[in-house]
Design a protein around this ligand. Structure first.
Ligand code: DQA
Length: 144
């Protein structure tokens, strides 16, 4: 089972940015956690990070017919990007949306997610473990 994990804008600053909100562990640790957890679950995981909306859309387009699942934390684009929503709809790949923080308990503007209009599951506020839960969700699906 091939899974594409996408981290969007500013996620590469994890560990440096607002550690009280996003934690003290850095981005390298996040990518290692994702790859290691995926491997342990028997998944083939590709990780991609970009700060550019169009590049994220291109990466989603390239996933067409190549991946069985997408896990996406689009960062702030979550709340603004119809383009990313449309790209996800275009490729029609099962998608789980992840956020490190609990976006429902923060500023009002973080409560709206375009990606949630497509994602079949949304995981918030669990830090790195949210990615682990998303990977497990796909691993469990394999046997359904
Ligand atoms: C985030 C939440 C977003 O609102 C924010 O813009 C981010 C990170 C999270 O993982 O909690 O960049 O997606």
């Amino acid at each position: 089972m091939k899974i594409l994990v996408i981290n969007g804008v500013n996620l590469n600053m994890v560990g440096i940015r607002e550690p009280d909100v996003y934690g003290k562990k850095d981005f390298k640790a996040l990518v290692e956690y994702i790859k290691e957890t995926g491997k342990n679950l028997g998944l083939s995981v590709t990780h991609y990070q970009s700060n550019y909306e169009g590049d994220i859309c291109t990466q989603i387009q390239k996933a067409y017919d190549r991946y069985d699942g997408i896990i996406i934390n689009a960062g702030a684009y979550t709340h603004t990007s119809i383009a990313i929503l449309d790209a996800l709809k275009a490729v029609n790949i099962p998608t789980v949306e992840v956020h490190l923080s609990n976006v429902y308990e923060r500023e009002e503007f973080r409560r709206k997610s375009y990606i949630s209009l497509y994602a079949e599951k949304v995981i918030v506020g669990k830090g790195f473990d949210g990615y682990g839960e998303a990977l497990k969700y796909f691993a469990d699906k394999k046997y359904c």
